[in-house]
Design a protein around this ligand. Structure first.
Ligand SMILES: [Zn+2]
Length: 112
């Protein structure tokens, strides 16, 4: 069996970095440190920014979830095997995309 300890610690640092980023995005959305703009146009811009930040937040949350699952798969000894077809995922792919759960073929047929 492969030893994924190094990848696992990489995933954990990715998770920590993302959690920090997510916390900052959440702060921005809440306007924790700035008053809400009163001018209508600026308010519209701010609403647009919120939407972008929201999307960023969602993307980061999805990524956090994927990384968590990858770490769980390492712990269960399932990591490195495609969740769809059960074939081994090539090492190069795991290094490029450490939290992937699918081989190239399944990922492209799943559209992600
Ligand atoms: Zn597959």
């Amino acid at each position: 069996m492969e030893d994924y300890q190094e990848l696992r610690s990489n995933l954990i640092s990715m998770l920590e970095e993302l959690s920090g980023r997510l916390a900052r995005i959440t702060d921005d959305v809440k306007h924790a440190d700035q008053p809400v703009e009163k001018d209508f146009e600026e308010r519209a811009t701010q609403a647009e920014n919120d939407e972008v930040l929201d999307q960023l937040g969602n993307a980061a949350r999805t990524e956090v979830e994927e990384i968590r699952q990858a770490i769980a798969r390492i712990d269960k000894g399932e990591y490195g095997t495609c969740m769809m077809c059960g074939e081994p995922i090539p090492k190069e792919r795991l290094h490029a995309l450490p939290y992937t759960g699918m081989c190239v073929k399944c990922a492209s047929s799943a559209g992600c």
